[in-house]
Design a protein around this ligand. Structure first.
Ligand code: CS2
Ligand code: MG
Length: 412
């Protein structure tokens, strides 16, 4: 079962997606997600120019060996572009292995450890009324856990707040936030940490008063705080019993979390921009976090993320895999198979893709009563419709960035 064909497919139904499709000489196909939001074509080139020529003729059954070969033979290691490219190959090979065995990928990973994956959705509002409406909308759809993002008085536009009118019109999905915007320049947003820190606890108090103590609530600070500011936020949110507080400090400095940890019992999640187990080495060993945020798509695939999560399990640290709309349905399916199989599953982020995306990618994972299940199709259970994909050519898009009132660029 050798790899006979390797195609890199770029499509932009509701947003840009990069997909690797491998075909074996006995006709099996496998898909892998290689989407790196705002830098998509860098991964396309890495795959097309450097990886595809190495794949042709290789034994498709040798997943671990192919991973080690691509990682070690490049000499230049780690980094989001490399690891997204390796992830796509790895995921496509798991898909093929599942199809060859006639089994869903989660069976190959040890079988189901639970009936389904608790998933959280993104509620947001510029005002409290909008936020409450957005939470109600998510609950009505079946979500049983909610990420809460709020506008901050005095700031024009900030991370995590959906601009509903346009998103709904373009994709058919209401109240979900898609940060990358099509255009030749990134959008500039503004930021003020002191206003944010003053405002957020009052919002959580209002949300708890409205929705009661049971509902799991999450919040994402998106790398914006210093360690001492993060410590204060964690402490001030303790009365509202958060499921987690995410990315409180910039992800490059993992030691920062020591200080945060000393001051608060609010659970911490980090890792959506990490790409290998080495980024997690210290935060897992020192038990500085409670949830691993990585996606299969950005962390070298199922093979490598499973190793990270197995390491984390020794410290009672659980999964909280990244699942925004920039993870394609292929990347989501891979996450759902892995999450069903591992023992230390925590929660799965799940933003719904738009209708055009669902036409390009035929998926068999299901979302019912707030829980995801990968389904029982052999492999990952996702197929790509090439004709549909061909209708939506790549469109340049950038993530926004931030400036403070005096014009300084700040973490976005
Ligand atoms: C976010 C993402 O889902 C999350 O928690 O932080 O929306 C993130 O901003 C995007 O995936 C960036 O591509
Ligand atoms: Mg995040």
């Amino acid at each position: 079962m050798n790899i006979d064909k390797a195609e890199v497919i770029v499509t932009s139904p509701d947003r840009n997606f990069v997909t690797l499709k491998l075909t074996t000489d006995d006709g099996l196909t496998g898909l892998g997600d290689a989407t790196l939001n705002g830098r998509e074509l860098a991964v396309v080139s890495y795959l097309r120019d450097h990886v595809v020529p190495l794949l042709l003729g290789r034994d498709a059954a040798r997943i671990e060996d192919t991973w080690q070969f691509l990682y070690r033979s490049a000499y230049w290691r780690r980094g989001p572009v490399t690891m997204a490219a390796i992830a796509a190959v790895d995921t496509a090979l798991w898909d093929i292995k599942g199809k060859a065995a006639g089994m869903p990928v989660y069976q190959l990973l040890g079988g189901a450890s639970r009936n389904g994956l608790l998933a959280y959705g993104h509620a947001s509002g510029t005002t409290l009324d909008e936020l409450v409406d957005s939470i109600q909308h998510h609950l009505a759809q079946g979500y049983r856990a909610i990420r809460v993002q709020t506008g901050v008085p005095g700031l024009k536009s900030i991370y995590g707040i959906s601009s509903n009118a346009t998103f709904e019109a373009n994709s058919g999905v209401r109240y979900d936030y898609e940060p990358a915007q099509r255009g030749v320049r990134p959008k500039e947003e503004d930021w003020d940490t002191r206003s944010y820190l003053r405002h957020v606890p009052a919002v959580f108090e209002a949300v708890r008063n409205e929705f009661g103590p049971e509902l799991p609530l999450l919040h994402d600070a998106h790398h914006r705080l210093t360690p001492i500011q993060a410590a204060r936020l964690g402490k001030s949110l303790e009365p509202y019993d958060l499921f987690w507080l995410e990315d409180v400090t910039p992800a490059e400095n993992q030691e920062a979390l020591r200080l945060v940890r000393q001051h608060t019992t609010t659970p911490l999640a980090i890792g959506e921009i990490f790409n290998t187990v080495w980024d997690y080495q210290q935060v897992i060993r020192e038990q500085l976090i409670d949830y691993v945020r990585s996606a299969v798509t950005h962390t070298g695939g199922i093979t490598h993320l499973k190793k990270i999560l197995d390491y984390a399990s020794q410290y009672q640290i659980k999964s909280g895999m990244h699942g925004p709309t920039d993870i394609s349905p292929v990347g989501m399916a891979a996450a759902v198979h892995l999450g069903l199989a591992i023992h230390n599953f925590g929660i799965q982020e799940y933003m719904q893709h738009g209708t055009k995306t669902d036409q390009v990618f035929q998926q068999s994972f299901t979302w019912k009563d707030g829980f995801l299940h990968p389904g029982d199709q052999p492999g990952l259970g996702v197929e790509l419709d090439l004709d549909e994909a061909g209708k939506y050519p790549y469109t340049q898009a950038y993530l926004p960035y931030n400036r403070l009132a005096d014009g300084t660029v700040h973490d976005w």
